[in-house]
Design a protein around this ligand. Structure first.
Ligand SMILES: Nc1ncnc2c1ncn2[C@@H]1O[C@H](COP(=O)(O)OP(=O)(O)OP(=O)(O)O)[C@@H](O)[C@H]1O
Ligand SMILES: [Mg+2]
Length: 249
């Protein structure tokens, strides 16, 4: 199975109070798709993400995933360094040890092909205007916005092939939003994002809409989605007209 594969097969989720939140959800995400999940507040988007992340289990149906997706940790340990928050401290330490002359196999396993990780990170920090941030600094001393940007970066820096974000741009300033849009569009990885940000939705390759009727896929960006919704509505109105005329006869 490819590692960037995520599949829901006839998934239903029942809330603790016994109410069915959604049922019969099926979809496949693969191969660098940039997919958005949209829908009204409270419809179940975050819950669907928690199922994909194996934090919740489906009441019915099956979820298959090549490798666990990367997502923003909900409970962040603020007592850590910037490198720890980015999830790269083990690799940086291993490189330091190798540079100091250690030759254990385990160190090389940790490093893999990421020998340039420190300069990659510095470059990533620059793009988010975080060049002043020291990797060994305390994460909790950074501003809220800086912390937010670092956590987004940690997802992009992860080894996972599927990156998931739940409303990532809500607290970003406009230049950071642009940087985030760029990351989403240029990463070869599969990206799955819950968002109401129309500029972001416009840059996605497909849109899934969760509604009371279930999950529906629109195979294009937000403009494509709006057009499709418009013609759906027109078709529905035309059908209504026909059936009301039939009743008149
Ligand atoms: N553990 C839980 N116990 C009871 N109800 C829950 C639980 N988790 C979620 N819900 C309910 O399920 C519904 C869907 O919640 P969810 O957070 O998935 O919606 P959402 O689509 O992400 O909404 P929003 O756009 O506001 O973020 C809500 O009505 C919520 O109150
Ligand atoms: Mg939500």
């Amino acid at each position: 199975m490819p590692e960037n594969f995520l599949s829901f097969k006839n998934v239903s989720y029942v809330l603790p109070n016994g109410e069915t939140l959604f049922s019969n959800i099926s979809f496949d995400l693969a191969n660098g798709e940039k997919a958005a999940l949209i829908g009204e507040n409270g419809i179940g988007k975050t819950t669907l993400f928690l199922l994909a992340q194996n934090i919740l289990s489906p009441s019915v149906g099956k979820i298959v995933c090549g490798r666990p997706p990367a997502f923003l940790a909900q409970k962040i340990n603020r007592d850590q360094t910037v490198a720890e928050a980015l999830g790269v401290s083990n690799i940086l330490n291993a490189i330091k040890d190798v540079n100091a002359g250690k030759t254990d196999h385990a160190l090389f396993d940790i490093i893999g092909n990421q020998w340039t990780i420190e300069s990659d990170i510095r470059q990533a920090l620059n793009t988010f205007r975080l060049d002043h941030v020291d990797l060994s600094a305390s994460f909790s001393k950074l501003s809220g916005g800086e912390q937010e940007k670092l956590l987004l970066l940690s997802v992009f820096l992860s080894q996972s092939a599927i990156l998931m974000f739940d409303e990532p741009t809500n607290n970003l300033d406009s230049s950071s939003r642009d940087v985030f849009y760029d990351y989403v569009q240029t990463t070869p990885k599969t990206v799955f994002i819950i968002s109401h940000d129309r500029e972001l939705l416009q840059r996605m390759s497909c849109i899934y809409e969760l509604s009371a009727e279930g999950l529906k896929k629109y195979g294009g960006n937000y403009a494509f989605y709006l057009e499709a919704k418009k013609s759906e509505k027109e078709k529905l109105n035309a059908q209504k007209n026909i059936s009301s005329k039939k009743q008149d006869v």
